[in-house]
Every structure is written in structure tokens, then in C-alpha cells.
Ligand binder design. Structure first.
Ligand code: T5A
Length: 229
């Protein structure tokens, strides 16, 4: 089934993306949400970007090593898009077509925020790449985890331990603040799709807010579909 057909198919699964700055707790919250959806007997696929498919994982290695940066902002953006194209075609679209719930750690908003708002890559290039890579297959819900920049950097550094920071973790505080502002703007511009969530509490406190968003926006719809006639 083509991507746009899957997007319009009401029996398809649900597509939830998680966005936010470095160390904002996306992986942690995806794990907790997956457990709750699992308890609801829903079939869940957890995936991430860049990466998530064998082809895209190769590109992940390239961009996070800093190689992509050497090629310039536009080429680096196209690398993220190439990874997304493979990921959507081979993992996300097939899972949604089979009725699964796809939880994705970062997606197109990361390109909008990192490469677009912060990296100043032309919006027309981003629009064109999105048309090709995702078409109408937009997330049903995007959870944007909002955290003071310093807290995010501290959390990411604590988790990394003695390992070297990656290409984006090594950027300055100003970069991360711009990123945070970019995500707030995305949430403001697309309130139907996006939910900005304060990520400063404990993992469990944040998970309650995420669960409220999922229940409020997606689960009633699912329950209606699943209930017997
Ligand atoms: N990128 C990606 C682009 O530039 N363009 C794109 O189009 C795409 C898709 C990917 C990088 O690529 C860039 C953005 C990124 O820089 P990555 O390695 O996948 O990099 O890392 P990130 O997505 O940035 O995610 P992180 O791994 O840094 O952090 P998470 O997943 O947000 O946070 P998490 O859950 O791992 O938590 C971090 C630490 O904090 C603790 C956790 O236990 C962990 O130790 N923690 C908490 N501590 C206290 N309270 C809480 N509520 C906590 N929640 C988690």
C-alpha cells in the first residue's frame, strides 16, 4: 500500500512521535508509554530517527559522527531525509498498515528544528523533502518534551558518562536554547497535532502527562473503532 493510502486508511495504527532537545527524556517516555499501550493489548513498535531501519542506521552513524556536517547544511539535511525515506518505507508505513501503534523517537520536526530553525536551511528544501519522504503520513500526535536547556544538557551528559559527545551534543548552550524555542514555536503553530509537555518532573510524573495526552487525543477514537457493533 502506498504511503498516502495508508495515511487515509482509518483502520491503520496510530503514529506518535516524540520530540525535544538533548536529554529531554524522549527514550524514557517512549519506553513507559509502550508499556502502558502494551497493557491495553495494543501492538506497539518502538523506533527512532535518525535510524530505525538497517539502511537508515548506516546514515545515523554517518551524521552523528559529524561527517554530514563536513558536507554542509543542505547535504546533511538530505542525509536525514534519505534515512527517513528508508525508515518510513520499510518500518513505519508497513507497521501502521498492519494496525500497529508506532512510537518514534524524533521525526520530521527534528529536521524542522535542528536543520531549519537553528541551521537556517531553506524551508522550501525542507517542504520538498517532506513531500517525498513522508507525503501525507503525518504523526497523529507529536509529544514535545519541554525542558530547561541546562537540565537537558546535564541529563544527557550524566547518561553519556565518559563517552564523547556526538555531533549535536557538542554544540553550545545558545544552540540548545534556539532549539528549545523552535520546538515551542512548532507546538504553537500546530496545536491539533502537537502537545507541549513540561518534562521537568520525575519520569513517572511526565509519563502521567504523556498518558493523559494519548488518552485524550487518541484512545477514545481507538476504543470506538474496537467496540463491537
Ligand atoms: N537530528 C535528528 C537532527 O539534527 N535532525 C533530524 O532530522 C533528526 C531525526 C540524534 C541527534 O540527531 C539530531 C538530533 C539529535 O542531536 P540521539 O543520540 O538519538 O541523537 O539522541 P537524542 O534524540 O537527542 O536523545 P537523547 O538520547 O539525548 O535523550 P532522550 O532520549 O531525550 O532522553 P533519555 O530518555 O535518554 O534521558 C536522558 C537521561 O536523563 C534521564 C535518563 O535516565 C537518562 O539518563 N532522565 C531523567 N532524569 C530525571 N528526570 C526525568 N524525568 C528523566 N527522564 C530521563
Amino acid at each position: 500500500m502506498a504511503k498516502n493510502e495508508i495515511a487515509e486508511n482509518s483502520a491503520r495504527g496510530r503514529f506518535i512521535t516524540f520530540e525535544g532537545g538533548e536529554g529531554s527524556g524522549k527514550s524514557t517516555q517512549i519506553r513507559l508509554l509502550a508499556e502502558r499501550l502494551d497493557a491495553e493489548k495494543l501492538r506497539v513498535v518502538v523506533t527512532r530517527e535518525p535510524g530505525g531501519s538497517p539502511g537508515a542506521e548506516i546514515i545515523r552513524h554517518l551524521v552523528l559522527s559529524g561527517m554530514g556536517k563536513l558536507l554542509g547544511p543542505e547535504a546533511e539535511t538530505m542525509l536525514f531525509a534519505a534515512a527517513r525515506d528508508d525508515h518510513v518505507q520499510t518500518v513505519i508505513a508497513p507497521a501502521l498498515a498492519q494496525g500497529m501503534w508506532v512510537l518514534c523517537d524524533r521525526f520530521a520536526d527534528s529536521t524542522r528544528a535542528y536543520q531549519g530553525k537553528v541551521g537556517q536551511v531553506d524551508t522550501r528544501l525542507l517542504d520538498g523533502l517532506e513531500r517525498v519522504t513522508i507525503g501525507d503520513l503525518k504523526p497523529d500526535l507529536t509529544v514535545i518534551l519541554d525542558l530547561p536547556v541546562e537540565t537537558g544538557i546535564m541529563r544527557a551528559a550524566a547518561r553519556r558518562g565518559a563517552d564523547a559527545p556526538d555531533r549535536f551534543e557538542s554544540e553550545q548552550v545558545d544552540f540548545h536554547q534556539k532549539l528549545c524555542d523552535a520546538y515551542r514555536e512548532i507546538a504553537l503553530n500546530e496545536p491539533q497535532r502537537c502537545m507541549l509537555i513540561d518534562a521537568a518532573g520525575t519520569p513517572e510524573e511526565v509519563a502521567e502527562k504523556v498518558w493523559a495526552a494519548v488518552q485524550g487525543r487518541l484512545l477514545p477514537l481507538h476504543s470506538n473503532e474496537a467496540s463491537p457493533a
